[in-house]
Design a binder for this molecule. Sequence first.
Ligand code: NDP
Ligand SMILES: O=C(O)C1=N[C@H](C(=O)O)C[C@H](O)C1
Length: 271
Amino acid sequence: MTQMRLVVVGASGRMGRVLMRTISEAPDLLLVGAVDQPGSEFVGRDAGELAGLPANGLKISDDALTLFAAADGVIDFTVPAASVGYAAFAAQARIVHVIGTTGLSPEDDAKIAAAARHATIVKSGNMSLGVNLLAALVRRVARTLDEGFDIEVLEMHHNRKIDAPSGTALLLGEAAAQGRGVTLEENGVFSRHGYTGPRKAGDIGFATLRGGTVVGEHNVIFAGAGERIELGHRAEDRGIFARGALAAARWARGRKPGLYSMTDVLGLTDF
Ligand SMILES: NC(=O)C1=CN([C@@H]2O[C@H](COP(=O)(O)OP(=O)(O)OC[C@H]3O[C@@H](n4cnc5c(N)ncnc54)[C@H](OP(=O)(O)O)[C@@H]3O)[C@@H](O)[C@H]2O)C=CC1
Ligand SMILES: O=C(O)C1=N[C@H](C(=O)O)C[C@H](O)C1
């Protein structure tokens, strides 16, 4: 098969740079475009140099649609409003769109689902193999344990992160809710402060820590009477997210339009 031609949007971001480096190491992938938002100081700069590589002659562009028209896929770790716009462009170009962006609202998700009528979209709050395997384990454990075990999701990230709780924490909370046969909308508790009263049986609690340069740490705690089960994941390097996103792009190539998750990509549906 020919090389898959990819555009990275949010190219100057923490993930954008790692993605461009990871693509340069993959013989089956070709970086054909690198995009930042109009007005960005990085537009016009060499994409290779931005990624810490030798110059590659590819200039950072703010014209996403033109680049999408000549590509097979786009890899997107940006901000919600940008990802919604890029999904519409990907639908116009009928290409693969891998979305790692977190913090999307239900309205954003509805627009992405609409774009998936024409684009092949893979979206996940965490693209790593480890976290998606963890989610499958959480679903399984939650199915076994009853409300005698309180479920709490704890996460820590670097001090530049702008959304909370993390997309991964929500993904893990959803897995716990699914396992228990309930919904996060009804059972999720996202903040506690002041005179809260005792914990309600069946709640799925979230706690958020921010500080330093932590790439991403998640723990799901099942706290019972006299014992506690803890399942966790520590991301040590953003390369795990980039490799997962590129695996998703390869998997989605040639697949019919639709909205897919990393569970589909990794074949964990029946776990
Ligand atoms: N699913 C997963 O596995 C992972 C998800 N993430 C998520 O990915 C997202 C990005 O994370 P991170 O790289 O750390 O964040 P950064 O802030 O470092 O990068 C985001 C980039 O997107 C750019 N951007 C903003 N708007 C646009 C636009 N309209 N077009 C193009 N680029 C735009 C920003 O540019 P500017 O600075 O000019 O605003 C910035 O360069 C977050 O939502 C994060 O939670 C992160 C890691 C893993
Ligand atoms: O913003 C980040 O950095 C990360 N975001 C994702 C999330 O919100 O879960 C994934 C990863 O944990 C890093």
